[in-house]
Design a protein around this ligand. Structure first.
Ligand code: NAP
Length: 556
């Protein structure tokens, strides 16, 4: 099973390469998947459409791009040597450093020989007679594999907005999620940024410092907390590293979102006004995503949530000089945290600069883009360059681009037409031996992605090795188990405030996309336990097919 087999159907010259597993994507998920499967002696081919490894960190090169989870935690934990030797320079490492880390991992673990870059997987079709997948790539080659693992990432399918006239614009147009590899200099230019999600919130302060004039077109304001980014000292790194065993254990087993932090033991309304304000103030000053874990009921109780939302709205009013601009920047149509909270460095203060203008396109929508301007009902805003910070077709977008055909030739897109259906976010009934890393139905984007990636990769590796040990040919989610899981994911989501926001978690940012809360909100610790129990019970809810005897296989 371990060697790469080259088989030829009828002794013809055109041999089909055969692997135990094909992995789609060489981001953090695909690289670790390769490392683990290889370690078990499986032959693996990884296809990556980018020109290097790194996934989302390869594409998202916009000014100011950083992770919103602290780097000491947003990093692999599988190798003690790696986590002890890599020196993160800042609390939140910038994109080039995270990419450098990904490249280091590829080289350090000698992964490159099994990764084919600049190659998209276009099609994967399951052959029921052989229980093998045929995988066709953009270089017009087809290989076979017993297993296909989709490590395609949740936020890797940049979405161009459908705005009339966009193609007529004469200046340069950039998408934050598909940024050029060569430096972009906005010095002396009039720049328009469309969108005010995390990507815009990180890039706007930097673009504002370069551009002669920056116009930000906002449809929906977002809650943002200061990052309080700072260089990491050698001493801070050492202290952190010494505590890694406990920090990593906590992130995996106890944290809801895979991030080490204090677990709140009380609700927001259990404290009096002054005490509550002091706690919010302390977290605001500390900075970062853990603002949302001051209290244990901010995600489930609207009155509690309002106290945190009001606090942030007040902060915005304090920071932004012009009261009208401050009011426009105050989010008011969704509970705080029900859209992914943003982390910024000087975002709100940027609107105090004389060269920055905020345009409310909720009340005055963009009508069209002309050769040199963004036209709203009220005005033409002349710009030399446009930055589209308009987000992604999240969680399902990258999978949907691949023509995946399971049993009876049914495509995954047909099956997911009314929303993604998976068992544990790991497999979808009708698609044997096809695994998804951090797929819809798992904690995924609600968590520190690397914690969830490592959990899925370990589970998948153990599962494939378990099948090999028992001579099993195929594994598939059972429809009844899948239906039950989908209902559970939905039920848990609706015990929270999350579905109240028109977020990309719900698919609401893509016209026509079914609106279903995609990630599993039960928490990474609880989810891990469920996955482990299912495995310990012989992969409950999955159907296993034994390999046919050798002579039967040979004659079929
Ligand atoms: P996003 O959160 O989906 O934001 C897209 C923005 O574009 C929204 O303000 C949206 O407005 C606006 N928009 C979309 N289509 C538009 C149109 N046709 N006309 C006008 N405005 C339009 O995308 P993102 O900022 O790229 O962030 C996506 C996710 O990536 C984040 O939530 C986060 O998970 C991840 N991310 C993380 C980091 C980090 O780690 N620090 C950084 C960047 C991104 P509406 O809200 O009204 O739709």
């Amino acid at each position: 099973m371990s060697a790469l087999r080259s088989v030829s159907g009828n002794n013809s010259a055109a041999a089909t390469e055969a692997y135990d597993a094909v992995v789609v994507g060489a981001g953090f998920a695909g690289m670790y998947m390769l490392h683990r499967l290889r370690g078990q002696g499986f032959s693996v081919r990884v296809y990556e459409q980018g020109g290097d490894v790194g996934g989302t960190w390869y594409w998202n090169r916009y000014p100011g791009a950083r992770c919103d989870v602290e780097s000491m935690q947003y990093s692999y934990s599988f190798s003690e040597e790696l986590q002890q030797e890599w020196n993160w320079s800042e609390r939140y490492a910038p994109q080039p450093e995270i990419l450098k880390y990904a490249i280091h991992v590829a080289d350090r673990f000698d992964l490159r020989s099994d990764i084919q870059l600049n190659t998209r997987v276009d099609r994967a079709a399951f052959d029921e007679s052989t229980s093998l997948w045929s995988v066709t790539t953009s270089d017009s080659k087809t290989v076979t594999a017993k297993y296909v693992v989709l490590a395609t990432g949740c936020l890797s399918n940049a979405r161009m907005p459908e705005i009339k006239g966009l193609s007529d614009f004469k200046g340069k147009v950039y998408h934050t999620g598909h940024w050029p590899h060569e430096p972009v200099d906005f010095t002396g230019l009039r720049v328009g940024v469309i969108g005010t999600g995390s990507s815009a919130i990180q890039s706007v302060p930097i673009i504002a410092r370069q551009a002669s004039r920056l116009t930000v077109f906002q449809r929906t304001p977002n809650f943002s907390i200061p990052a309080r980014n700072a260089p990491l000292t050698a001493e801070e790194r050492e202290t952190f590293r010494a505590r890694y065993p406990e920090i990593r254990r906590f992130a995996r087993e106890e944290a809801r979102n895979g991030i080490y932090t204090e677990l709140p033991d009380r609700g927001a309304l259990d404290d009096g006004d002054n005490e509550r304000r002091a706690k919010y103030e302390a977290r605001w000053n500390r900075g970062g995503l853990t603002f949302m874990s001051v209290y244990n009921n901010l995600a489930i109780d609207k009155a509690a949530n309002d106290t945190a939302a009001d606090f942030v709205r007040e902060k915005i009013a304090e920071i932004v000089g012009d009261p009208e601009t401050a009011k426009l920047l105050q989010p008011n149509n969704h509970p705080i945290g029900s859209k992914r909270i943003c982390i910024d460095t000087d975002y709100f203060a940027t609107f105090n600069r004389p060269n920055v203008t905020l345009v409310d396109i909720r009340s005055n929508p963009i009508e069209e883009i002309t050769a040199n301007a963004v036209r709203t009902g009220a005005e033409d805003y002349e710009v030399d360059a446009l930055v589209l910070a308009t987000g992604f077709d999240a969680m399902t977008g990258s999978v949907a681009k691949i023509d995946i055909r399971g049993r009876d030739g049914r495509t995954l897109n047909q099956k997911w037409a009314e929303g993604p259906k998976t068992y544990l976010g790991l497999m979808s009934a009708g698609f044997p031996n096809l695994f998804i890393i951090t797929g819809p139905g798992s904690p995924s984007v609600l968590s520190n992605m690397i914690v969830s990636i490592e959990q899925h990769v370990d589970w998948i590796t153990d599962c494939i090795a378990w099948m090999r040990d028992r001579g099993l040919d195929a594994m598939e989610a059972r429809t009844d188990a899948e239906d039950k899981w989908v209902a559970h994911v939905n039920e848990v989501a609706h015990t929270t405030l999350y579905p109240q926001a028109n977020s990309w978690y719900m698919g609401a940012n893509i016209p026509g996309k079914p609106q279903i809360f995609m990630p599993y909100i039960g928490g990474v610790g609880a989810y891990r336990q469920i996955c482990n129990e299912i495995a310990a019970n012989g992969y409950e809810g999955f159907a296993m097919v034994a390999a046919p005897p050798v002579q039967q296989r040979a004659s079929s």
